[in-house]
Design a binder for this molecule. Structure first.
Ligand code: GLU
Length: 420
């Protein structure tokens, strides 16, 4: 593989390219620039876990705390064989910018463990999670760093983290993680929050371009908590969801998919293979389908210099973190595609995580309408803030989102001062 491609697909490089460009346009104070370029802290852990056969395996795990200027670090933990420190670094800094774009009082962090959760038993996953948590005892907490779910982690994982942390503290500390089951301090609406946030920003974009919801074709890559929920909510809103993909394959129906039927099929068969109500298309072809909204909601590096020129959407709504490489940005911009960048588009999840943290600390829980209407307000305001910055500086919306975020974090860093 040519070096350029390796570099293009390094998410930390992708983040840095945009950061540098935004910092330059903002004429960022060079001292603040130096500070914001680096994560605050990177923790590497070697986690011994007794496997079901009685032998031990040692897993490598990370927690990167990128920035604390605006509050505790905040961000998910992912379990995947592909986790790298550079990826976690990028994801941690994206959390800093994401929290600043939606103006919630958190910095950014991210965790990752190199493992294959699909090949591990629930017992092995529980032991891994608990040991990872106890090794991080001095670094996490409601005022320090608040983890949440990400790829291949879920409400159960968060319950184990909360319990382990609480055992060490000798009392129940619900606010140490978000994305918990509702019964033990989770928030109503958290599970659907990322998908719902995507719906809200897509609605704003559709309004901005005077498009009709019913005539808007949506192609969604990813059928998990983000893509699957977004597909369901967009379908109920009246959008024509014409494409949906998961790891097992990609389906397309130009007349609109029966989303509830397809999701039920996926739940039952764990694959789209054999689904008869739609055409099956290849992975590359899928992203190049003719549509109004393309929503990559799976993983990084899906839109690159290789395929960006072949996109046929009008709006790119980034449900995943880092689905577009920095090198592909210019191609997407040349095609006049309106980008709802990841740090805005998928911020619904962390926004309701913030609500969960607030509710846990108050010990007073809101109903789902309250959660959803506060989420709506934040997503719409943030969308408008980004569009305003884009217009003011005559830049694309991705750069505008970075500029909005960096400006906020820089201001807070400056006013706090650098402790020496
Ligand atoms: N993992 C999600 C994200 O990337 C949610 C993070 C959170 O709720 O803290 O935004």
């Amino acid at each position: 593989m040519p070096i350029k491609q390796i570099k293009e697909e390094n998410p930390f490089e992708s983040m840095m390219q945009r950061f540098d460009e935004a910092a330059q346009l903002l004429d960022l104070d060079p001292n603040i620039y130096k500070i914001l370029r680096w994560p605050n802290r990177e923790i590497t852990l070697y986690i011994p876990v007794m496997m079901d056969d009685g032998n031990y395996q040692v897993f490598t795990g990370y927690r990167v705390q990128h920035n604390f200027a605006r509050g505790p670090a905040k961000g998910g933990i992912r379990y995947s064989p592909d986790v790298t420190l550079d990826e976690v670094r990028a994801l941690a800094s994206w959390m800093t910018w994401k929290c600043a774009v939606v103006n919630i009082p958190f910095g950014g962090g991210k965790g990752g463990v190199i493992c294959n959760p699909h090949e591990m038993s629930p017992g092995e996953l529980e032991r891994l999670t608990r040991r990872y948590t106890s090794d991080l005892m001095d670094f996490i907490g409601p005022e320090r760093d608040v983890p949440a779910p990400d790829m291949n982690t879920n409400e159960q994982t968060m319950a184990w983290i909360m319990d382990t942390y609480s055992m060490h503290m000798r009392h129940t500390v619900t606010a140490v993680v978000t994305g918990k089951p509702i019964e033990i301090g989770g928030s109503r609406g958290r599970r659907e929050a990322t998908g719902r946030g995507l719906l809200f920003v897509c609605n704003e974009a559709v309004k901005k371009f005077n498009m009709e919801v019913a005539q808007t074709r949506v192609v969604i890559q990813g059928a998990g908590n983000v893509g699957g929920t977004a597909a369901t909510l967009m379908h109920h809103e009246g959008y024509k969801v014409t494409g949906l993909a998961d790891i097992s394959g990609c389906v397309h129906n130009p007349n609109g998919l029966d989303v509830p039927g397809l999701i039920a099929y996926l739940k039952e068969h764990k694959t789209v293979e054999g689904y008869r109500e739609a055409d099956h298309v290849g992975r590359e072809e899928f992203l190049e389908l003719d549509c109004e909204i393309l929503m990559p909601a799976a993983t990084e590096n899906q839109i690159t210099t290789e395929n960006a020129d072949r996109l046929k959407c009008k709006i790119l709504a980034e449900g995943a973190n880092g689905p577009t490489t920095a090198d592909a940005d210019a191609i997407v911009a040349d095609k006049n595609i309106f980008v709802i960048p990841d740090i805005l588009a998928n911020a619904g999840g962390v926004t309701v995580s913030y609500f969960e943290w607030v509710q846990d600390r108050m010990g007073f829980f809101w109903n789902e309408n309250e959660v959803n209407s506060r989420l709506h307000e934040i997503m719409v305001n943030s969308f408008n803030d980004v569009v305003r910055v884009a217009e003011k500086y005559n830049v694309n919306t991705r750069l505008a989102a970075y500029m909005l975020a960096i400006d906020r974090v820089a201001y807070d860093t400056k006013i706090r001062g650098i402790y020496a």
